[in-house]
Design a protein around this ligand. Structure first.
Ligand SMILES: [Cu+2]
Length: 366
C-alpha cells in the first residue's frame, strides 16, 4: 500500500473515532435556543388570510450544558450538564433545544400538528394552551416511545401562549417533563382585532424569543469554591417538590455561572440598533417560580400583559409579572447606545435568582 493511502486511512479512522466520541462537534452539548431563531415555524406571517399550517415536533431526550463554568465555553470539563428533554423541529438532535421551536399562526388557521417520538424512550405529548378542550390537544397528541401521532386543530383565540409536554398525564411525569425543558411558545396573531399589537408587529425591526425556567438538580452543584461540575438529573421529590431550584435561567442555560457568580457567556445576548422597534416574546415555564422580569436600563414602552394581543398594551412598565405557564410581549425602542450607557441586562428582579443564572444582555449598537 502506498504511504499516502495509509496516511489517508489513518485520518479517516481518527475522524470516525472523533465524531463517534462526540468530539467532532464542539456544540453537541448546547441545548440553548438562540433568541433570534424563529425558523422553521415562527417567522413573520406576511399574510392576512387563514390557511393550513403543518408543524412537526420531535421529542429529543438530550443531555446538555446548563452552566458553562468559569471558562464560559459550552462542552468543556467544567460544565454542569443536565439530562434534559426538548422539542426539536427535525430528527436532528441539535434542533432539540430549550425553549422548543417558536410557532406562529394567524387567527383562523388550521394547524396539523405531528408529534414524532421515534427517538424517545418515554411517552411524550403536547398540551397547547392556545387550544380549548382535549387537554389542550394532549389527548390527541400523546405518543408512546417509538410512535408518531398527528392531530388537527383550528386556532380561534389570538394571544401568545405556552405549549408543553404533559407526558402520559401522570402528575409526577408532567412535572418531570416540564422541569426537563419540554416546552415552547405559540403566537396566534389576531386577524382583525388587536390593532395595537398588529401595529407593533408591522413596524418591528427586531424580534426575540426568550423563556425562563428553573432546574432542580439531584445533587449539590455547589457555589464558587464548592462548584462541582458533572452531570445531573431532575430531583423530583426533593428540590422539585420543595420548589427550591439550583438554577433560574433564560433559554436553557445559566447566564451567570455558579462557579464564579459572574457572567458566563449568556445564551440570551441580543443585539439591537439605536432606535430599533424591538419586540421580545417572553414566557415563563417555571415550573414553580413567578418571574419579575425587568431589563436594567430599559422600560417596556408597551407591555402586552399575559400575552393578551387584543387589548391595548400597558405603557412604561418597569417589571412584568409572569407566572408559570404564562407569557408577555414587550414592544420598545432603545434610546441609549451601549458605548454611552453600558449594556442593558435582562434579569428576574427577584435578585438572588441572578446568582442562579437569570441574566441576559441586550447590546444597543449605534
Ligand atoms: Cu415529554
Amino acid at each position: 500500500m502506498k504511504k499516502s493511502v495509509i496516511l489517508l486511512l489513518g485520518f479517516v479512522i481518527i475522524a470516525v473515532y472523533l465524531v463517534s466520541a462526540g468530539i467532532g462537534n464542539a456544540f453537541s452539548q448546547d441545548i440553548s435556543r438562540d433568541p433570534t431563531e424563529f425558523a422553521p415555524y415562527g417567522e413573520p406571517l406576511g399574510r392576512t388570510s387563514p390557511k393550513t399550517v403543518n408543524v412537526t415536533l420531535f421529542a429529543h431526550e438530550r443531555t446538555g450544558t446548563i452552566d458553562a463554568g468559569s471558562d464560559e465555553v459550552v462542552g468543556t470539563a467544567d460544565d454542569i450538564t443536565y439530562n434534559a428533554m426538548t422539542f426539536g423541529s427535525s430528527s436532528d438532535p441539535e434542533t432539540g433545544r430549550i425553549p422548543g421551536p417558536f410557532i406562529r399562526v394567524l387567527e383562523g388557521d388550521t394547524i396539523n400538528v405531528t408529534l414524532n417520538n421515534s427517538l424517545g424512550n418515554e411517552t411524550h405529548s403536547i398540551d397547547f394552551h392556545a387550544i380549548k378542550g382535549y387537554k389542550g390537544g394532549m389527548t390527541k397528541l400523546t405518543a408512546d416511545a417509538g410512535d408518531t401521532v398527528t392531530a388537527t386543530f383550528k386556532l380561534l383565540h389570538p394571544g401568545l401562549y405556552v405549549y408543553h409536554c404533559a407526558a402520559d398525564g401522570v402528575i409526577a411525569n408532567i412535572a418531570t417533563h416540564i422541569a426537563n425543558g419540554m416546552w415552547g411558545m405559540i403566537l396566534v396573531e389576531p386577524q382583525k382585532g388587536g390593532k395595537y399589537f398588529r401595529g407593533d408587529v408591522k413596524k418591528a425591526d427586531k424580534e426575540f424569543y426568550i423563556m425562563q425556567c428553573e432546574f432542580y438538580l439531584d445533587g449539590d452543584p455547589g457555589l464558587t469554591s464548592t462548584y462541582t461540575p458533572g452531570n445531573y438529573a431532575f430531583d423530583l421529590l426533593g428540590k422539585g417538590l420543595a420548589e427550591h431550584p439550583d438554577y433560574v435561567v433564560f433559554n436553557g442555560r445559566a447566564g451567570v455561572s455558579r462557579s464564579t457568580i459572574a457572567s458566563s457567556a449568556p445564551p440570551v445576548s441580543i443585539d439591537v440598533n439605536l432606535g430599533d422597534n424591538v419586540i421580545i416574546y417572553f414566557g415563563n415555564m417555571g415550573p414553580s417560580l413567578i418571574s419579575g422580569t425587568h431589563m436594567i436600563g430599559e422600560i417596556w414602552d408597551r407591555e402586552y400583559e399575559e400575552g393578551d394581543v387584543l387589548s391595548p398594551p400597558r405603557n412604561n412598565i418597569e417589571t412584568s409579572t409572569v407566572p408559570p405557564a404564562s407569557t408577555v410581549i414587550w414592544a420598545f425602542k432603545p434610546l441609549v447606545k451601549e458605548s454611552e450607557g453600558g449594556a442593558n441586562v435582562l434579569v428576574d428582579h427577584a435578585i438572588f435568582r441572578v446568582a442562579k443564572g437569570a441574566f441576559g444582555l441586550m447590546h444597543v449598537l449605534p
